[in-house]
Design a protein around this ligand. Structure first.
Ligand SMILES: Nc1nc2c(c(=O)[nH]1)N[C@H]1C(S)=C(S)[C@@H](COP(=O)(O)O)O[C@H]1N2
Ligand SMILES: [Mo]
Length: 203
């Protein structure tokens, strides 16, 4: 097991353990109890829509029009096949819930309950290789965070989602509507919002 893989397993088991503990402690309470999982106390706890801080708004990213466009499609491009999904098509696929943090280098971390389509399901649909690096691209036209590459072991992790919802509601525009990536063990900067394209890179 590589060092990176080991670190990730430790992280994942930590999430699993804290989730179990949380359920035990908060059975019957609202899920807002997750706010207590904030690791570094954000600038203002729970600040931002849907109980989650926003680092860059849709307006700041210049995507208010493109992200709200009913003609939006998520393009999934494998080396051998391409598919496109509108939001309804994504919502019609099997949905998975992942409880995962956004951990921003600016000094806050907030755990949320995400719901959406497993990235691995979309990759399998276009016949992507299980070892290929994946490129994620945002509607955002400019800026360092508009795109990221994801190693295969994150892309095929069953917790990694193309999220459509957070904390029981459709994603707010500022949190990445219509769809964003949420993956375990990756810094916030790599959790790409306002997804436009998912691409299998050549080996
Ligand atoms: N397209 C895009 N995705 C992005 C960003 C961005 O500026 N543009 N910021 C990243 C950073 S630094 C963080 S911490 C998280 C914050 O997600 P949130 O605003 O939904 O809390 O989004 C990430 N995804
Ligand atoms: Mo961030």
């Amino acid at each position: 097991m590589s060092r990176e893989e080991f670190g990730r397993r430790v992280f994942l088991s930590g999430v699993a353990a804290s989730t179990v503990g949380l359920v035990a402690l908060t059975a019957g309470q609202s899920f807002d109890a997750l706010a207590s999982l904030n690791l570094f106390a954000p600038r203002v706890k729970g600040e931002g829509p849907q109980g989650l801080p926003v680092n860059r708004t849709a307006a700041q990213a210049g995507v208010t029009t493109s992200a709200a466009d009913p003609g939006w499609r998520l393009e999934v491009r494998g080396l051998g096949a391409t598919r496109a999904y509108d939001r309804d098509a994504l919502a019609a696929l099997p949905q998975t819930e992942s409880v995962l943090p956004i951990a921003c280098v600016e000094g806050w971390s907030t755990t949320a309950r995400w719901r959406g389509v497993r990235l691995r399901d979309l990759l399998a649909e276009v016949g992507a290789s299980r070892t290929a690096t994946i490129r994620l691209e945002s509607l955002q036209a400019r800026g360092a965070y508009r795109t990221t590459t994801m190693p295969a072991h994150y892309a095929w992790d069953p917790l990694t989602l193309v999220a459509l919802e957070v904390n029981g509601e459709p994603l707010n525009l500022d949190h990445g509507h219509p769809a964003r990536i949420i993956a375990p063990g990756r810094p916030g900067v790599l959790q790409t919002k306002w997804l436009a394209r998912i691409e299998e890179l050549p080996a």
